[in-house]
Design a protein around this ligand. Structure first.
Ligand code: MN
Length: 298
């Protein structure tokens, strides 16, 4: 893991590799030195990988609480199923936003008809204390607002960028946007936000530093614009938000504040007591070992 501090305060962080389902991912959040960017607490760049009609993703049914999952594909298609009964194919350029609240479970699978390249990013937003125990929800958005620049375009996934606001549920003061750049893009920023710029494809320069896939630039609050230079066609995910005031506690697929909350969620999933519902999937449920602070249970 590499981190370098440069004069104006930007930090360059390298993603680490992980396996999710059958895909290798580059995980930019959380990191030891940078757990969150605003309320964004998880960022996995999946693929690019070759998938078939029947295989390639295989993220088996698993639970969430206290967070929203934001799924955005760069290439390909996938099938989302959840315990609310949602069954939704998501294609490149579309957004799935699932709100866990007190509890939800989901699977991400092959579509049955798509064969080709699959690439995307999955992000989590830590829900605030006012909403994190509420009901679960799911939204799909095929049409999202674009902001045109001379040398590229931004798609606003969640929140607001400049004057463009996403129609997706916006419980938090944050932004998530997809940037396609070839040339120079001058982005409007909110000075109260901290930002992370995650490069998915290409090569960009930001604050005089070159960034390729697998790196994230972190910017502290206090800026009202950012210039990104791309000499080749590049794709960047911009995350921003007001820094969290209180610490969150993450374990496995759960976002909480205390170990007791995690213990209760773990027990509910292990005992399948109904809290996380059931996903209509041909894939088997994901089981996990007990939290590290508990004695191993048989
Ligand atoms: Mn998930």
């Amino acid at each position: 893991m590499e981190e370098t501090t440069i004069d104006n305060g930007a930090e360059i962080l390298s993603a680490h590799s992980a396996r999710v389902g059958s895909l290798l991912v580059r995980r930019s959040l959380p990191q030891r030195r940078r757990r969150t960017v605003g309320a964004w607490c998880f960022a996995d760049h999946m693929g690019p990988a070759d998938v078939t009609e029947g295989s390639g993703l295989e993220i088996r049914p698993h639970p969430h609480m206290g967070l929203q999952t934001v799924t955005w594909l760069i290439d390909g298609q996938a099938l989302h199923r959840d315990s609310l009964g949602s069954e939704q194919v998501i294609a490149a350029g579309e957004l799935n936003l699932m709100t866990a609240g007190h509890g939800v479970s989901h699977a991400e699978e092959a579509t049955g008809h798509y064969r080709g390249t699959l690439q995307g990013i999955q992000l989590w937003i830590a829900q605030g204390d006012d909403l994190r125990d509420d009901a679960a929800g799911f939204e799909h958005h095929a049409d999202l607002p674009h902001v045109e620049f001379a040398d590229g375009a931004a798609t606003v996934l969640v929140g607001q960028l400049g004057d463009a606001r996403s129609p997706a549920r916006g419980d938090h003061d944050l932004v998530g946007a997809d940037l396609r750049i070839k040339g120079t893009m001058q982005l409007p920023l909110q000075s109260t936000y901290e930002y992370g710029a995650i490069v998915l494809d290409g090569l960009v320069e930001l604050d005089g530093r070159k960034l390729g896939p697998g790196t994230m630039a972190y910017l502290r609050p206090g800026r009202d614009e950012l210039t990104v230079l791309a000499r080749t066609s590049s794709t960047v995910i911009l995350l921003g938000g007001v820094p969290l005031e209180s610490e969150i506690f993450m374990w496995w697929n759960f976002v909480a504040r205390t170990r007791a909350e995690i213990d209760a969620a773990y027990d509910s999933w292990r005992n399948d007591d109904g809290r996380f519902g059931m996903v209509d999937s041909t894939l088997a449920r994901v089981e996990t070992v007990a939290p590290y602070w508990r004695a191993r249970e048989g």
